[in-house]
Design a protein around this ligand. Structure first.
Ligand code: NAD
Ligand code: ZN
Length: 369
C-alpha cells in the first residue's frame, strides 16, 4: 500500500492507495468513526457495482452503513441535491465530530464534501474516490462545490477530508472513456513540474489504460504526491502555486463551454486538448521548443485523447472560444492568468497573455486539418 501524506497546516491527512481497498474500507475507516453507524453518500452507478463490497467491509467491523444513493452525473452537483444530502444527514443525526463517507467520482466527492462543510457548521468526511479523475485530483486538496445556473463550481468551500482511500481496482468497472479522461490529469502532473514522470507516462500510459495494476497504482501515487505538494504549499490558491493545477484548463473550459458541457467532450478530454494547445501556443510565443510541444500533443493523441482542435468539428471561430475564457472564474481584475510552458515539466503562470493572440492562434488551429 502507498500512503501519501497531505501536509495541510491544521488539517493533515493521508491518502492510502492499494488494489482491493474498497473491500477493506471498514477497517481503514474504523478509527475515524465514533459510532456503530456510518452515513455513506454515493451515486447509482457506483452503488450498483460497489455497495455490497463496501457495506460488507463495514459490517465486518460491526458498523452498520446507511446509504444515500443519488442520480449519477454532473447535474447532481445542484442546490436541489445538496439540500437532499443535508436533510438526509440531519435525519441521520450526524454530529460535528462524525465523519461521513463520499463514495464515488468527483461529482459525489464535491457535493458530499460541500454538504459536510456546512451541515451543523461542518462535520468531517472521508473520500473514497472511484474514478481515476477523483483518485488523482478531486478527492485531494479540499475543494468542494456545486454548480448553479450561472456556472460550474461557483458555490463551494475549502473543506479537507480526514482520510482518502483510493482503490485502483474500482476502475475495473469504470467505462474506458472515463478512465482515459482521468488519465489527462495524470499527464498534467508530468507537464507541470516533473519531466521524468511525463517520460514515464509516454512509456507506461498504455499499460495503465489497459488496466495493469502496478501502472495504475504507481501513477495514482505519483499524481497524488504531486497534488499534495502543491496544495500544501498553497491551500487556498492565494500565492499562485495551486494555479499550476489549471494547466490545460483555460483552453479546456472554453471547449467544454462551446460543446455545452456535454458528452461531446468530457472534462478530462477538454484538459487533454487544452494541454496540447497550451504547449503549441507556448511554442508559437517562442517560450517552448516546437519539438517538445509536438511531443506533448503526440502522447495525448497516442492514448486516444483529443490532441487537435480540428478533430472536434467545431463551427465557431477563435474569437468565440477566447470569449468563453473571459467568463472563466479564474479571471482576476480583468486579466486572465494563463498557464504556459517553457518546456516539458516547466509550467508557469503567465499574466500578460493577449486574448487577441490566443484567438488568432485558435483560428490557425481550427484550420489545421
Ligand atoms: P463523475 O463523478 O460524474 O463520474 C463519472 C461517471 O462514472 C459517473 O457516471 C459515475 O456514476 C460513474 N462511476 C464512478 N465511479 C465508477 C466506478 N468505479 N465504476 C463505474 N462507474 C463509476 O465524474 P468525475 O470525472 O469523477 O468527476 C468530475 C467532477 O469532478 C466535476 O464535477 C468536476 O468539477 C469535479 N472536479 C473537482 C476537483 C476538485 O478539486 N474538487 C478537481 C477536478 C474535478
Ligand atoms: Zn481538471
Amino acid at each position: 500500500m502507498a500512503t501519501i501524506p497531505v501536509a495541510i497546516a491544521g488539517a493533515p491527512y493521508d491518502v492510502r492507495i492499494e488494489a482491493g481497498l474498497l473491500a477493506k474500507a471498514g477497517t481503514h475507516c474504523r478509527p475515524f468513526l465514533r459510532k456503530d453507524t456510518v452515513a455513506i453518500v454515493t451515486d447509482e452507478h457506483v452503488a450498483a457495482r460497489w455497495r455490497e463490497t463496501v457495506a460488507a467491509s463495514f459490517a465486518a467491523e460491526g458498523i452498520e452503513s446507511r446509504w444515500l444513493v443519488l442520480p449519477a452525473g454532473e447535474s447532481t452537483k445542484s442546490w436541489e441535491q445538496l439540500a437532499r444530502v443535508i436533510d438526509w444527514l440531519l435525519a441521520q443525526e450526524v454530529e460535528r465530530k462524525d465523519n461521513i463517507v463520499a463514495l464515488g467520482g468527483g461529482v459525489i466527492g464535491d457535493l458530499t464534501g460541500f454538504a459536510a462543510a456546512i451541515v451543523k457548521r461542518g462535520c468531517g468526511f472521508i473520500q473514497i474516490p472511484t474514478t481515476l479523475l477523483a483518485q488523482v485530483d478531486s478527492s485531494v486538496g479540499g475543494k468542494t462545490a456545486i454548480n448553479t445556473p450561472a456556472g460550474k463550481n461557483l458555490v463551494g468551500a475549502f473543506h479537507q477530508p480526514v482520510l482518502v482511500l483510493a482503490d485502483p481496482l474500482s476502475l475495473d468497472t469504470l467505462p474506458a472513456r472515463d478512465v482515459r479522461a482521468g488519465y489527462a490529469e495524470v499527464v498534467k502532473y508530468g507537464l507541470i513540474d516533473d519531466a521524468p514522470f511525463f517520460e514515464w507516462c509516454e512509456a507506461n500510459g498504455h499499460h495503465l489504460l489497459a488496466g495493469e495494476a502496478d501502472a495504475r497504482e504507481y501513477a495514482i501515487a505519483r499524481s497524488v504526491a504531486a497534488k499534495a505538494r502543491i496544495v500544501a504549499a498553497d491551500e487556498k490558491e492565494t500565492t499562485g502555486v495551486r494555479a499550476l493545477l489549471n494547466l490545460g484548463h483555460t483552453f479546456g473550459h472554453a471547449l467544454e463551454a462551446e460543446t455545452g458541457f456535454s458528452d461531446r467532450l468530457l472534462h478530462g478530454e477538454g484538459v487533454a486538448l487544452g494541454m496540447a494547445l497550451a504547449a503549441r501556443f507556448s511554442a508559437r510565443q517562442g517560450l517552448m521548443n516546437g519539438q517538445d510541444a509536438e511531443r506533448v500533443a503526440a502522447h495525448i493523441g497516442a492514448v486516444g485523447l483529443p490532441a487537435s482542435l480540428a478533430a472536434l468539428n467545431l463551427s465557431c471561430d477563435g474569437r468565440r472560444l477566447a470569449d468563453h475564457m473571459l467568463h472563466d472564474k479564474k479571471m482576476d481584475a480583468g486579466t486572465l492568468p494563463f498557464l504556459l510552458l517553457r518546456g516539458i515539466g516547466e509550467t508557469f503562470l503567465a499574466k500578460d497573455v493577449d486574448l487577441g493572440d490566443v484567438a488568432a492562434f485558435l483560428d490557425d488551429e481550427l484550420a489545421r486539418r
